[in-house]
Ligand binder design. Structure first.
Ligand SMILES: Cc1cc2nc3c(=O)[nH]c(=O)nc-3n(C[C@H](O)[C@H](O)[C@H](O)COP(=O)(O)OP(=O)(O)OC[C@H]3O[C@@H](n4cnc5c(N)ncnc54)[C@H](O)[C@@H]3O)c2cc1C
Length: 474
């Protein structure tokens, strides 16, 4: 008997497993593939995800594998640098291969005590009042108190749950792969520069050692799962650029569409959905993996609280009320970006106008905060603007705030030095620090780093501690 079974060990499932283990939850992750993904696409970790990694002491593991890039110029690839004063100690973008992120997150989860079994696919499940019986493709049956589907866009868990996945089907499909080319690099660069003015996305980017990253629109659209062939690449290159650049010896080939869909519900009883299993959208702006990891951060401590028995009645349901609107917003911004990338005259005119507007720092900042999720504000009711937002990594006397959040507990950061979270000491740390770089007297942080309370009144604080952390034990 496990507390939680997670279907899928992608970035979302691995992150969720680690977050649950911080609270001693017995976690089993079932991953249908035996080997890591063969594709090595480079994905971007944005500011909020970098902050989350720093909050759990993971950023130092990731940095040596990635390449830092400026945080600006991401929205619809409008090439404008970020304003100087972005409100984050991690105001950059980290590009790194997705399989490396998955490997490092899985390692982190297993070091914390999560069990991960590869080559084990979830095929069916049944839930009752006490738990969920999960059946694997090989017929084995396992039991857990909760099941979380982190099994990607074609999620078996979501389909078995019968949760609707409304939205728009793929309108265009793109081929992506790595291969060698048979013509000189200068010749390729000149043709690509010409074609990519009107065809997006389209590139052959040298990767070193004669290898190119190739991206070219496919002939048709559809939600096809199977990998494309080299011939399909050649045909499309010839149709669009008039030459196939002599491409050969592919390392890997894949395709992706631009379907946009959002699960109607994130929870049905003891079964929940997170990451691509709950939402899919085009990769414009590089947000999907970030969104999934952030889902895991939101869900992990709440599900752990439910299992440990201290969760206030509606805490687990706030996973959906907080995260569904965030995904809706991401879907919307990718729809907008897709239009802005179209070569049609109307969208091009809107793009020119928006390009002018991005010269205003506030517009630029707004778009960057949207893409990087540092602008997310959960609705915690009336209060100052900081309430419901994440707190940046501020300096405290002992060093930096995020260095104190590795254990995934709540934190009362208290400049008054006269408050207490004593009754909740098993769930919430208290840092009394007059020197903390805060411009409010005290904040209560949830384990995901969002501000759950601001003030200096003990009674009000106690109410909020009870709201988020349940009945006091001390
Ligand atoms: C071209 C491209 C570029 C992208 N660039 C970015 C980027 O720059 N930044 C970004 O944030 N995102 C990017 N994304 C999106 C990102 O790759 C996905 O959003 C991310 O992989 C979602 O993670 P996940 O863990 O939710 O799902 P997945 O990565 O799909 O993982 C799901 C896992 O579940 C497993 N599984 C499936 N079914 C079962 C089952 N029945 N039982 C057990 N296991 C199962 C799968 O094998 C898989 O390992 C990009 C996507 C594409 C296509």
């Amino acid at each position: 008997m496990f507390d939680v079974i997670i279907a899928g060990c992608g970035p979302t499932g691995a992150m969720l497993a680690a977050e649950l283990r911080l609270h001693d939850v017995r976690v089993l992750v079932l991953e249908k593939e035996t080997e890591p993904a063969s594709y090595v696409r480079i994905v971007s970790l944005h500011m909020r995800s970098l902050e989350l990694m720093a909050m759990r002491g993971l950023l130092d593991r990731l940095l040596p594998h990635g390449r830092r890039r400026p945080a600006g110029g991401i929205f619809a690839a409008i090439p404008k640098p970020a304003p100087k004063s972005l409100d984050s100690a991690y105001a950059y973008l980290l590009g790194l291969p997705q399989p490396v992120i998955v490997r490092l997150l899985e390692e982190h989860a297993t070091e914390l005590g999560a069990q991960v079994r590869h080559g084990r696919a979830v095929a069916a499940f049944e839930q009752d009042d006490e738990g969920v019986t999960v059946e694997l493709a090989d017929g084995e049956r396992l039991r857990a108190r909760y099941l979380v589907g982190c099994d990607g866009g074609r999620s078996t868990v979501r389909k078995l749950l019968g949760v609707g996945f409304p939205g728009e089907p793929s309108r265009t499909e793109t081929l992506m792969g790595e291969m060698e080319a048979g013509v000189p690099q200068e010749e390729i660069a000149a043709t690509v520069a010409r074609i990519s003015e009107t065809v997006r996305p389209f590139w052959l980017r040298p990767f070193g050692a004669g290898i190119y990253s190739v991206v070219v629109p496919a002939a048709g659209a559809g939600d096809r799962a199977e990998a494309p062939t080299l011939d399909e690449f050649k045909q499309q290159l010839r149709a669009i650029a008039g030459t196939d650049f002599g491409v050969h010896s592919p390392r890997w080939l894949s395709r992706f569409g631009d379907a946009t869909r959002l699960a109607e519900r994130y929870r049905v009883g003891r079964v929940l959905l997170a990451g691509d299993a709950a939402h899919i959208h085009p990769p414009t702006g590089g947000q999907g993996l970030n969104l999934g990891v952030q889902d895991a951060f939101n869900l992990g401590w709440k599900l752990a609280a439910q299992i440990r028995g201290w969760a206030p009645g509606t805490l687990l349901d706030t996973y959906q009320t907080e995260r569904h609107p965030v995904a809706e917003d991401v879907l919307d911004n990718t729809r907008a970006q897709r239009e802005l990338l179209s070569a049609e005259p109307g969208p091009q005119a809107v793009r020119r106008l928006l390009t002018e507007l991005v010269d205003f720092d506030e517009v630029n900042r707004h778009l960057i905060e949207k893409i990087t999720a540092v602008g997310v504000r959960y609705d915690f009711g009336e209060g100052p603007d900081l309430l419901g937002r994440r707190l940046r990594d501020v300096e405290v006397t002992q060093g930096n705030l995020y260095g104190l959040l590795h254990r995934g507990r709540g934190l009362l950061l208290d400049r008054t030095e006269r408050l207490t979270a004593g009754g909740w000491a098993d769930r919430v740390d208290h840092l009394a620090d007059r020197g903390a770089a805060l411009d409010v007297p005290a904040v209560l942080l949830r384990p995901d780093g969002h501000v759950a309370w601001i003030g200096d009144d003990q009674r009000d604080l106690d109410d909020h501690l009870a709201r988020w952390f349940g009945v006091p034990t001390g």
